[in-house]
Design a binder for this molecule. Sequence first.
Ligand code: TYD
Length: 153
Amino acid sequence: MEQTLVLIKPSGIIRCLAGDIISRFQHKGLIIAGLKMMQLDESVLREHYAHLVDRPFFPSLLDSMMRTPVIAMCIKGVDAVQVVRDMTGATNGRKAAPGTIRGDYSMSGQENIIHASDSVENGLIEIRRFFKPEEIFDYQDNTFRYLYAPDEK
Ligand code: TYD
């Protein structure tokens, strides 16, 4: 079963969307295996957004991501990386499809409410970046038979 990292960004925290976002993932049938609030600093953001450090908007992205604490979640499920990316929507909220988190709540390419890992490999790297092993929990295995057919798990 895959694991993926979601960050509820300062834009989602300030706009009081955390409860709704967590509900969406839970109602879908995804499992929250880890969850915490944390203040990000420049060093972790330079690592997390290494592919963007040379882009002109990077200073503004740094400022945006450090404005308040974020909520970090490790989300678990079959094909969880793609399912969560599909629920997240396109990077720019103005272009994200209605029904997605960004499509429903964002008008911006930067203030776009959540981060979600973009590949299985990055999901594992990002969970290690934001969580200690003991902060990830296995507590809902007995619910899987209500979420998946036997050959899907
Ligand atoms: P990126 O990894 O390209 O997108 P995604 O979050 O959809 O995986 O970009 C990371 C974040 O950088 C994005 O969520 C918001 C910010 N960003 C900007 O502020 N301006 C931009 O033009 C882009 C491409 C990203």
